[in-house]
Design a protein around this ligand. Sequence first.
Ligand code: TXA
Ligand code: MG
Length: 308
Amino acid sequence: MAVAQAAALIRAGKLVAFPTETVYGLGADAADDRAVAAVFEAKGRPRFNPLIVHVAGREEAEALAAFDDRGRRLADRFWPGPLTLVLPRAPDSPVSLLASAGLDTLALRWPAHPLAAALIRAVGRPLVGPSANRSGRLSPTTAAHATAELGRHAAMVLDGGSCRLGLESTVIGLGEGLPVLLRPGALSVEAIESETGPLVEPALTVGEAARPSPGMLLRHYAPNSPLRMAAESALPGEAMLGFGALSGDLNLSPSADLAEAAANLFAMLRQLDGRGGIAVAPIPERNLGRAINDRLRRAALGSRKPTV
Ligand code: TXA
Ligand code: MG
């Protein structure tokens, strides 16, 4: 069975790409320093950018990091699901220090995809699982995309079809003070705020040094072609990615459904990549639209290739 084979490879220190409900992850044993180092190497990811540790249960999570009341409430309500909690690392946490990039916090997520949970349980240990793409590029939402990005580095790609949500998890920092939105994602800010009250939202424009999450690198999630947001129509040479009534070469959601648009975003950007440019129709700044616009803003920043 594929899950048992994947688990055996991970236990042997290898890397396996696996499906989650958000995007495909590049999995490795989170307690194995060499395997975690190989994940950074495969992705070309800067060592200062920590990885999310994936678990398949609350007890397992609470053994790795310190949950306060807010963390417990969020986990009760949204796990398993597309929410990552950044919490103080437990002093005896077995997770590789490299995985958390030397920080005294740990990012934890319990994914809802049945294959992801089955894999974590079969390995019997937490897994690091950054998105299975080269650093800075679009996250893969199908097994074929994961293979195209990192197939050379993965001993196996576990195929779970297309990812249901298509956007990465929402990352929330729970330290001292108010909860912080470290990355908008597939769980809407509105849903989280209904549990926690207002989140602090660090501005996209703060300097590198002041950025609270190393993952808030500006240019990221980027296709190769330059991208233009809030476009009413394509310029000569551009492909048009539509939304709602504003159609184009492809349409994120003809019925203007933000969940459908999120699920299509990365796959459609991949399809249109390689043209002179990609023009994207305006997306409303609410619910999942905020996460979609966050990815588009980062993709649109400059047309240079990522340097990190
Ligand atoms: O949906 C997802 O979260 C996917 C699937 C595979 O689970 N994973 C994913 O991982 O997107 P990755 O590594 O591509 O993104 C992790 C994000 C980065 O922005 C990283 O900087 C942030 O989480 N992060 C991880 N650990 C952190 C920590 N200790 N403090 C602050 N931010 C952290
Ligand atoms: Mg990523």
